[in-house]
Design a binder for this molecule. Structure first.
Ligand SMILES: *Cc1c(COP(=O)(O)O)cnc(C)c1O
Length: 221
């Protein structure tokens, strides 16, 4: 099947309309992204700031770009003028830099807080108590140019679907805790970004509002 057939199938048969699909185009060439764009789909995700910035400059400007990977503070500047949503905010320091870049660019930058839900050591993210501490701090309340829309997480890379499901449930629990404690009156705090090619069906069953799918659309990397 072609790339556009892949995405068509996913959009019509796999992902409900209420769930946003981010087509993860990392490592893939401009021509393949344009194939999806020409088909009519305009929401893409990348995991490296410089690659994202380069693709932004070469592609149509009505694409909604998502930064889904780990972001270093010194790379925020490459994407701050245009990025729609930064999924991987995993420290207060990073959030402060994003806020500063938002101010410089005269815009408010949408963010998700990433939580560490996997058993693997290598995956980034807050735990619930760290996030609470941040959200209760005065320094946090001073940030004017960021907008937190929800949470993001990555499950363990495993065949064990029970473990994956339990990790997604944990992220939903964290979302609900934060929602009721800090964001109950903030109607746009509503996003749960979880699920990739291998586990997005479980993620949708558990309440994902955003799924990030790469290889099922573009093929293996
Ligand atoms: C690469 C990547 C994805 C997509 O992975 P696939 O398995 O190709 O669907 C999703 N989320 C993040 C954070 C990624 O880095």
């Amino acid at each position: 099947m072609s790339i556009s057939e892949n995405i068509k199938k996913i959009l019509t048969q796999e992902v409900p309309e209420s769930v946003k699909l981010v087509a993860v185009s990392k490592t893939k060439p401009i021509e393949q992204i344009l194939e999806v764009y020409t088909f009519g789909y305009k929401i893409f995700g990348e995991n490296r700031a410089q690659e994202l910035s380069e693709k932004y400059s070469k592609l149509p400007k009505d694409i909604e770009w998502h930064m889904i990977g780990h972001l270093q503070t010194n790379k925020v500047k490459y994407i701050s003028p245009f990025v729609y949503l930064i999924h991987g905010v995993d420290s207060f320091k990073l959030l402060q830099v994003i806020d500063k870049e938002g101010t410089k660019n005269n815009r408010i930058i949408n963010c998700l807080l990433q939580f560490h839900i996997a058993t693997e050591e290598t995956k980034f993210g807050f735990d619930l108590s760290e996030a609470k501490q941040m959200l209760e701090s005065n320094e946090f309340s001073n940030l004017q140019n960021i907008n937190i829309l929800g949470v993001m997480g990555m499950a363990t890379f495993t065949e064990n679907t029970q473990l994956v499901r339990a990790e997604f449930k944990e992220l939903v629990y964290i979302f609900n805790q934060l929602k009721s404690k800090y964001f109950s009156t903030k109607s746009d705090f509503k996003e749960i970004s979880m699920g990739m090619s291998g586990d997005y069906k479980i993620a949708i069953e558990e309440g994902a509002t955003i799924v990030r799918i790469g290889s099922l659309i573009f093929g293996e990397r």
